[in-house]
Design a protein around this ligand. Structure first.
Ligand code: TMP
Length: 205
C-alpha cells in the first residue's frame, strides 16, 4: 500500500487555516486534524495552554507541552493514518513551535528543532502551506473575538512569528508553499489545490 502524504497548514491566528484544512481534506479524501489538540490527551493540553488564567506558564513548559501534544498526535493519529494509505491534512505542525516558541518566545531554535524532531520521530510534514496575511489585518480580525492566552500577546510577538514563518519558508522552498491569504476563499482554495497537485501529484477524490 502507498503511504499517505502529510500536509500541514501554517500561519498566524485568524488567517483562515481551518477553513482550508477542511476544504483541502475534502478535495483529496484526507483526514483532518490539528495541533495542539488533535487527540483526547492533546485536547487537555490545549485547554491548559490556551487558558487565560495560566499567565504563569513558562515558555519552556509551554514548548514541552506543545511537543508532548505532538508526540501523542504523531503516535496516535498521524503515523497510523499515513500507514493506512490516507493523507493527513493538519492545522499546524512542529513548525508552529519553531515560529511561536522560537521566534515568538525567543527560545533557542536549534534546541526546539532537536527535541521536536524526537517528539515526532522525524515525521515532519512534507508540504507546509503558509497562508500569508499581513499582521495588521490579522490584528483587526482578532478584535472581533474573545482572545485566548496566545492571542493576548502584543503586536511585536506576532510580528516576530510572521518573520519566522517567512524565514523558514524561504530557507526550505521545496517543502513550503506560501499563498497569499487575502483573496476571497474560493480563489484561495483553487490556488491551494493547484499547489498541492503540482507539488505532490495528488489526484482529487
Ligand atoms: P490555533 O489557534 O491555530 O488553534 O492554535 C492555538 C495556539 O497555539 C495558536 O496561538 C498558536 C499556538 N501554538 C504554539 O504556540 N506552538 C505550537 O507548536 C502550536 C502547534 C500552536
Amino acid at each position: 500500500m502507498t503511504r499517505g502524504r502529510y500536509i500541514a497548514f501554517e500561519g498566524l491566528e485568524g488567517c483562515g487555516k481551518s477553513t482550508h484544512v477542511t476544504r483541502l481534506a475534502e478535495a483529496i479524501g484526507g483526514v483532518t486534524t490539528r495541533e495542539p489538540g488533535g487527540t483526547a490527551i492533546g485536547a487537555a493540553l490545549r485547554a491548559a495552554m490556551l487558558d487565560t488564567n495560566n499567565t504563569m506558564l513558562s515558555p519552556r513548559a509551554e514548548a514541552l507541552m506543545m511537543s508532548a501534544d505532538r508526540a501523542q498526535h504523531i503516535d496516535e493519529l498521524v503515523v497510523p493514518t499515513l500507514n493506512s494509505g490516507k493523507h493527513v491534512v493538519s492545522d499546524r505542525s512542529a513548525f508552529s513551535s519553531l515560529a511561536y516558541q522560537g521566534y515568538g518566545r525567543l527560545l533557542d531554535i536549534d534546541e526546539l528543532k532537536r527535541f521536536n524532531n524526537w517528539a515526532i520521530q522525524g515525521n515532519w510534514p512534507e508540504l507546509v502551506i503558509f497562508i500569508d496575511v499581513p499582521v495588521d489585518q490579522l490584528l483587526e480580525r482578532l478584535k472581533k473575538r474573545e482572545l485566548d492566552r496566545f492571542e493576548r500577546e502584543d503586536r511585536s510577538f506576532f510580528e516576530r512569528i510572521y518573520t519566522g514563518f517567512h524565514t523558514m519558508a524561504t530557507a526550505d522552498p521545496q517543502r513550503w508553499l506560501i499563498v497569499d491569504g487575502t483573496p476571497p476563499k474560493e480563489e484561495l482554495q483553487a490556488t491551494i489545490l493547484q499547489g498541492v497537485q503540482d507539488r505532490l501529484g495528488i489526484t482529487l477524490s
